[in-house]
Design a protein around this ligand. Sequence first.
Ligand code: F6P
Length: 722
Amino acid sequence: MANSGGISDQLFVSVKLESPRLAELDLAPHLFGSHPVPGSWDPCKALPLERAATAVWEFSCVVPSQHESLDFKFVLKRKDDSSQYIIEEGPNRPLGCQSNEFEMRTAVFKLNEGKEVLECKVQVETEMLSPFDLAASWRAHQEYFQPSRVRGTHDVTINPGLEGRAKNGFASGLELDLEKYVVPTPNMGSGVVYAANLTENPRSLLQTGSSSNNDTTKDILHSSTKGDSSSNHYVNTMKSAIGGHAPSLEEQRAMFVDRGVGSPNFARPTKETFSMSNFKLDSESKGMPAAEGAVAAAAVADQMYGPKEDRKLAIVLVGLPARGKTFTAAKLTRYLRWLGHETKHFNVGKYRRLKHGTNQTADFFRGDNREGVEARNEVAALAMEDMLSWMQEGGQVGIFDATNSTRIRRNMLMKMAEGKCKIIFLETLCNDQDVLERNIRLKVQQSPDYAEQTDFEAGVQDFKERLTYYEKVYEPVEEGSYIKMIDMVSGKGGQLKINDISGYLPGRIVFFLVNCHLTPRPILLTRHGESMDNVRGRIGGDPSLSEAGELYSRKLAGFVEKRLKSERTASIWTSTLQRTILTAHPIIGFPKIQWRALDEINAGVCDGMTYDEIKKCKPEEYESRRKDKLRYRYPRGESYLDVIQRLEPVIIELERQRAPVVVIAHQAVLRALYAYFADKPLEEVPNIEIPLHTIIEIQMGVAGVQEKRYKLMDAIHPTAGL
Ligand code: F6P
């Protein structure tokens, strides 16, 4: 912006004072100086700084570039009695005459007759402006300080009904043929992916020399059949690796989890500075989820006090084929991973196909086919071995996906897991014939077992035969800890029965499952329309919309009306920030709900700054965030992991809703929500592309999660971050 410094140029001066104590002490910062009468220094004429963020006060002014010498000082005034003031210690501060000058000397105040010292960070910046720059920035300033247009809006509003929409006229004026707005999803093909294909690769089958494993498997199968619980070969071989001692003080200290990393300035321990022992504090540290808040706290508590085997959890699916086991397992895996728990999904079908081929007929699954039964038990044990080995290496939750429909099979699994992990059986039961018929047909369509079957109806017949063989030997779970999901997939209610469930994670899993269902419905995710801060490149704040943003809000209303016109009901969720509320404003006919949890990532001391300003004025913060954007926590603000934690209730509610939901939120928040649906690893979350003026439609249904993107208009100002 600065130009050559011509005669009519002006010097723009920005002064910032920062301390969280000021608000606590009810002190209002001012500045005063030798102007207008040199040497007058009258504190009564001091100018107040404006509060720019929770702990930051700001003052800006324009002075002639060749101004006479100006000195100033900060003074604090009591809010209740401005005649009382405290002048900063030290020499006067000179106001420079050059462009791009910085002054960072801390302001020191003596409080309580010198008994307490208050230090405030200071930042004084100057920039030479041409009259044109000045005019433009004045206009921006006026727009920026326009009062919130949504103050007083209720958390929940229900505006006119469907009849009202036609009167509004937005939609009719916009001629929306939705398909023409479809744009490709980055890095993703279209079409549904069969969930079992995304499960763990059978490492014991892909490695050579797995014969010893097979021998052990046979031992265990043999002993469990006879009800002999003494054969715990597996337990002994693995036990030494865990080391069953109480944690030492050193270990306990090393278990301290503060996942937020920040700059050394704010004395937050970083990964590098805080590794006190061989224990790692980063996301790879054993048994510690890469998470914040409740998840991290629970992990620490479990590590220190919980029974050793409770630190690892195996969710063992039980159920006849086509009961939605793989779907449920995939959904649970996605949820736990998103929260930061190291979770893997082991699908025994994948092991079977690798070892015995994809085209086994129904006969292979007969209960009286000894060879078939043995072969199936063997691959189940191999998958279990792989899962347990992975847990020894640091895995936390294993989801073991197979029918596990007999007691003998379940006994075998329990024996293998003894002393290594806690097992919870998750049984899916379905009595709705329509749902079953639909699932069977879907399975034949998608499962690799029928990939080579050209006659679809013959495939369905074979699968039904397989099902009857399973039904003959099926024994519902009545042993151990279990969760039974009864008719939950029907979309007509259903219920959950639980037995012997305790602990943080099992409790959370139950809560998640009780809220899940398979009623297909779309979820539309979009950022607010372009805001005044997007235009200026500033982060955070509570700005209103730019002209382009307002246009988007009208286009979005038209889109929502058209896309959801056949739905009986839907709801619009926004954050509590005015840019999302204003974006939702033209949408009528649906209830609108404001969620605090949907507010944008809190940029703390960087709130209101541009990325360039952060780089220039807070280089350590900039660097720390660049190095680890997921875990970096803005001083007095949030990290992406914090955002994920606070979004958990939103995810649960999105799972629970049966009607479509339009979520109008912000870049970081939508990255976190989207990562859940698209099953993106946490490390990728901070860089997921969520462009302005684009709607991401997520379809949740029996076939899994599908995505479609609609771009209603271009985003003029890029808002990519660090
Ligand atoms: O720039 C828009 C914005 O929503 C900011 O308010 C927010 O701080 C930022 O995006 C989040 O993106 P990033 O994490 O890439 O900085």
